[in-house]
Design a protein around this ligand. Structure first.
Ligand code: FE2
Length: 490
């Protein structure tokens, strides 16, 4: 059977032995005759509870208490004192003592007190484990977490940790308040949540930006009508969900039948949980903002490239649109689609580093010129490398001239070795090149391009990408043709 370990600290041998006798049946007892010895033992193995003499030679009781809590702040320490003064007792409790026993003590009282302290410690441990699990879970959800699933998680965990019967999370947008998540509330109640009394409380929390604890009579008077008198709310908590000092929502928890009233501690815990979720929502939002800024920068870079190579004006944007249609047809994930979107806009960014006379040459390129032009995916990758956010798309840009049969450049990758984004770009890029007019040739007619692409399946192109392309032309050719038609001519 599992036994808790109790460390008894007293300089009097008689007291140590008395405690040993009382406790040894139920607990593992360890004895220390000085504060220094106690700290040493606690460091070696943290006891489950400490019985600590208040007055010791050398390191005295309060200092030992502080040291023990530095080692583990959840270890309950019961002070053994000779005091009648309530003042001293209060001081000890302020220092973090669980409680105190006055000498001479009653055996049953000692056992009861120890039992109570150990039970509470166990509950506290469970609670802190749940809190840690919660933080762990939500930190794994971030960034880019869906705010609604975060709010659902916040609701579940706070109901469980704070032993609430019901709760809701409301979102505030300007003056509009909507109920986003509820738990333990029936439909009738939900309908009345935003009615007068409740609304006044929520408005107050939003305005003052502070958590609110409602207990006892106050709570009943304020909110009894909400439940039509059927269920009596013992107490309620309201915690603002703040982002940059702006309240974007309110968490509400209620106790009707369970437990006692909510306490200040409960309010603090609910605030900590809510703050954590607010930080993640804010981070997701910031991340989104950052992505938008980067995308804007990408667009202007891509435009700069197109402007440089005036025969391919708006080429990047068209390739991006074609590539996205294919990616959607292939049912790629949102992340892959966003990657393809950015990579498509930037695929030829490396042309910035290629001599204009080569880029704009109407005639046939010499082998040396070809060699130089073939470097543009590499130059592109190097330009984008320092932008950490773009790491994901680097490979797509770098490999956009690989061929499915391994005869492309720069690394001669084959088949599925080539990133999916690059396999899609290869087709979209070719399509746009063939369908755009150049000074030295007309645009190819669509049937000819389609035939060429079909022919290139398994050699130049990934057959699955070709299949998706053909399927788009069969089922929603309008979308594809629209991109072709809307393209700006130089
Ligand atoms: Fe290219």
């Amino acid at each position: 059977m599992f036994k808790n370990k109790i460390l008894v600290v007293d300089d009097e041998l008689g007291i140590r032995e008395t405690f040993n006798q009382i406790l040894q049946d139920k607990y593992i007892v360890d004895l220390a005759c000085s504060g220094e010895e106690a700290v040493k033992k606690a460091k070696k193995e943290v006891p489950d509870l400490v019985l600590l003499d208040n007055i010791l030679p050398g390191m005295n009781g309060p200092d030992v208490l502080k040291e023990i809590h530095r080692i583990n702040r959840y270890t309950p320490v019961i002070m053994v004192t000779n005091i009648d003064s309530a003042q001293v007792a209060v001081e000890l409790m302020k220092l973090g003592a669980y409680d105190y026993i006055n000498k001479p003590f009653n055996t049953n009282q000692v056992l009861d007190l120890i039992g109570k302290a150990l039970t509470e410690r166990e509950q506290g441990r469970e609670k802190s484990l749940q809190v840690t699990t919660f933080f762990d879970l939500i930190s794994k959800m971030a960034p880019g977490a869906n705010p609604r699933s975060l709010l659902n998680r916040l609701m579940d965990v706070s109901i469980q940790l704070l032993t609430a019967d019901s709760g809701s999370i409301m979102l505030v947008d300007n003056k509009r308040i909507s109920i986003e998540v509820t738990k333990g509330l029936d439909n009738e109640t939900i309908k009345t949540v935003l009615k007068k009394t409740e609304r006044e409380i929520i408005d107050r929390v939003v305005k003052e930006k502070n958590p609110l604890l409602l207990v006892n009579e106050f709570s009943r008077k304020m909110r009894f009508s909400r439940f039509g008198g059927q269920e009596e709310i013992k107490s309620s908590l309201y915690v603002p969900l703040k982002i940059e000092d702006k309240v974007i929502g309110v968490l509400n928890l209620n106790r009707t039948t369970l437990g006692g009233n909510f306490t200040e501690d409960d309010l603090q815990l609910a605030t900590a949980l809510t703050n954590q979720v607010a930080i993640i929502i804010e981070n997701s939002r910031l991340q989104k903002d950052r992505e938008e800024v980067v995308l804007e920068a990408i667009m202007s870079l891509a435009e700069a490239v197109d402007a440089n190579d005036h025969y391919t004006h708006a080429h990047s944007e068209k390739v991006m649109k074609y590539a996205l249609l294919i990616a959607e047809e292939m049912d790629l994930s949102e992340k892959e689609k966003s990657n393809i979107k950015q990579a498509a806009l930037l695929h030829d960014i490396g042309k910035i580093g290629i001599n204009n006379s080569i880029l704009n040459k109407a005639g046939k390129l010499t082998p040396k010129e070809w060699k130089e032009i073939k470097m543009h995916p590499l130059i592109g990758r190097d330009i984008l490398k320092p932008l950490r956010m773009l790491e994901d798309i680097l490979l797509t840009v770098y490999h956009h001239h690989e061929r499915y049969d391994g005869r492309g450049y720069l690394d001669k990758l084959k088949g599925k070795q080539i990133p999916i984004g690059a396999r899609i770009l290869a087709l979209a890029d070719t399509f746009d090149a063939m369908s755009s007019a150049r000074p030295y040739r007309n645009a190819c007619p669509l049937p000819e391009i389609i035939a060429e692409i079909k022919k290139g399946a398994k050699t130049q192109f990934d057959p699955e990408v070709v299949k998706a392309f053909l399927s788009i032309l069969n089922t929603k050719s309008g979308l594809w043709l629209q991109i072709m038609a809307n393209s700006k001519k130089p």
